[in-house]
Design a protein around this ligand. Structure first.
Ligand SMILES: Cc1cc2nc3c(=O)[nH]c(=O)nc-3n(C[C@H](O)[C@H](O)[C@H](O)COP(=O)(O)OP(=O)(O)OC[C@H]3O[C@@H](n4cnc5c(N)ncnc54)[C@H](O)[C@@H]3O)c2cc1C
Length: 485
């Protein structure tokens, strides 16, 4: 241990890497001395692209909403020409009453949709305009005054919208349970709209007026995209973390596992690592933790025991990502969309299927389709008891009901990736747990959290949050360096 680092970033998933990138771009007098420590022997965290022959597939995230911050980052690390976008008009389907029905994406489509009854559409319209029943019931006091996602949407838009649109959407983003997710935490923007406008439509108009578009969006270097479009890279999503890591160079240390943090009398931290070359200590002024919450509890136990247990309370359910390839002759449905989601109660265990090779072309040999299926999640914890073979059999059986001909061939199994702790659930109590943690962290200046259990799980949220944390680190840094009188 010789020199003192300025910033140690823990974790080289998208959050840690984009934070490190931001820190190298800060307009400081002298560059910050940073180090990114990653416990695995690869970068990317959840982002996992695999190729085999002419097949290319994702085992973690499949695509991103093209936010200005994420696009800017991709361009900064030289990936402008590699960006690809799936058409915003590609339909999404919901499997309801044994049929794949398109999700209505416009008011006219909503009126014509077979997914909701006329009564269901009327209920949704009346609620969206602001004629919403008040929050009542004993459960609210039991829930600390918070509404679940299910209660919130049922109150605002009615049971049909909740069951047939919101619930499958919640499966698609969180693999979550709408009866446990907190509306304020998991749908923070939507809940705020309802607060300011009374109903969701007036709230959307008012928040549009109060929060005009981000300035980054008008950067002429950033490709223009429209709401609903989805992005990736020609070589798959993992191209992005690899390009950021290449840009950062040797400050990224692989197979460096953070095992402990100590505070020193000089107001710095000693970070302890197990590395391929044995035990290492690093002294640093600032630490940004982008590792998952369940790996934070042990780190905080000796440092700040009063918040350690709060980290344990974030629930990450098991989700299996099952990537199957079929010859097109096995498929009965027209594969022309993003994919399909399946509400619970339809007799199908799989949560949803991304029609991956229709979304981004050139990822299969001719005559094949890849289906990326997700099964498990917060509504089906028993999935962790099945082995890979049983999971594939279940998914194939489900696909025979939704997408395949009855005499479909057995699939070519490209991957069964079991994420034993997949996505943090923004369940009831999430915001108060975060408040407790942030309150505790006031006694540990220079220690920051920058991970997907704060402020959104989507890749775009991760990049935006990292930019914010980077800006905050820089602000504190400048104040600390100002000469005192
Ligand atoms: C199956 C699945 C599908 C998803 N689909 C989508 C999608 O289609 N679109 C989308 O936008 N989002 C999707 N998401 C969410 C998104 O992928 C994640 O929220 C995001 O990748 C999280 O990035 P992160 O850097 O915060 O965390 P991670 O990717 O978890 O990275 C954290 C890193 O910290 C490292 N680490 C842990 N402990 C230590 C330690 N002690 N020392 C050093 N390093 C440590 C880990 O090895 C890891 O590399 C999906 C997630 C999953 C799991």
């Amino acid at each position: 241990m010789t020199e003192i680092l300025d910033v140690l970033v823990v974790g080289a998933g998208i959050s840690g890497l984009s934070l490190a990138h931001k820190l190298t771009k800060l307009d400081n007098d002298s560059p910050l001395k940073i180090l990114v420590a990653e416990s695995q022997n690869r970068v990317g965290g959840n982002i996992t692209t695999v190729s085999q022959g002419e097949f290319l597939w994702e085992e973690g995230p499949n695509s991103f909403s093209p936010t200005p911050e994420l696009l800017k980052l991709a361009i900064d690390v030289g990936l402008k020409e590699d960006l690809i976008f799936a058409g915003r008009k590609l339909p999404r389907y919901v499997y309801w009453n044994r049929q794949l029905l398109p999700v209505p994406m416009s008011p006219i489509a909503m009126l014509q949709s077979k997914l909701l009854s006329n009564a269901g559409k009327l209920r949704a319209l009346v609620g969206a305009l602001g004629f919403v029943p008040p929050i009542v019931g004993i459960h609210m006091s039991q829930q600390g005054g918070e509404e679940t996602v299910s209660q919130f949407f049922q109150r605002h838009l009615g049971l049909e919208v909740m069951e047939r649109l919101v619930e499958p959407f919640v499966s698609g983003v969180y693999a979550g349970n709408p009866n446990q997710l907190s509306a304020n935490a998991a749908f923070a923007k939507v809940a705020r709209m309802a607060d300011i406008g009374g109903g969701l439509l007036p709230g959307a108009v008012l928040s549009g007026i109060r929060n005009p578009k981000s300035k980054v969006a008008v950067d002429s270097n950033i490709p223009k995209t429209r709401a609903g479009e989805l992005g990736s890279f020609r070589g798959g999503l993992e191209v992005l973390p690899k390009a950021i890591a290449a840009y950062l160079g040797e400050v990224v240390k692989l197979s460096w596992h953070l095992i402990g943090i100590r505070r020193t009398e000089k107001q710095t931290y000693i970070a302890e690592f197990s590395t391929p070359n044995g035990y290492r200590q690093i002294e640093t002024r600032t630490i940004a933790l982008s590792n998952p919450a369940y790996t934070c509890a042990e780190l905080f136990r000796p440092l700040l025991p009063e918040i350690a247990s709060a980290f344990d309370e974030f629930y990450y359910p098991t989700v299996a990502c099952v990537v199957l390839a079929y010859p097109v002759s096995s498929i009965k449905a027209k594969i022309d969309g993003f994919g399909n989601l399946i509400p619970r109660g339809q007799g199908i265990r799989t949560l949803g299927t991304i029609w991956s090779s229709a979304l981004f072309s050139g990822r299969t040999p001719p005559g094949w389709q890849i289906f990326t299926n997700f099964i498990g999640g917060a509504t089906d914890p028993e999935i962790s008891q099945l082995d890979s073979e049983a999971i594939v059999a279940q998914v194939h059986q489900d696909l025979c009901q939704t997408l395949l001909n009855q005499d479909a061939e057995q699939p070519k199994v490209l991957a069964v990736h079991i994420w034993s702790r997949a996505i943090p659930q923004y369940d009831l109590g999430h915001n108060s747990r975060l408040a407790q943690i942030h309150h505790g962290l006031k006694s540990l200046p220079g220690l920051y959290l920058c991970s997907n259990y704060i402020g959104g799980v989507a890749l775009g949220d991760c990049v935006r949050r990292s930019m914010e944390v980077g800006t905050e680190i820089s602000r504190v840094w400048r104040i600390a360096r100002q000469p005192t009188l």
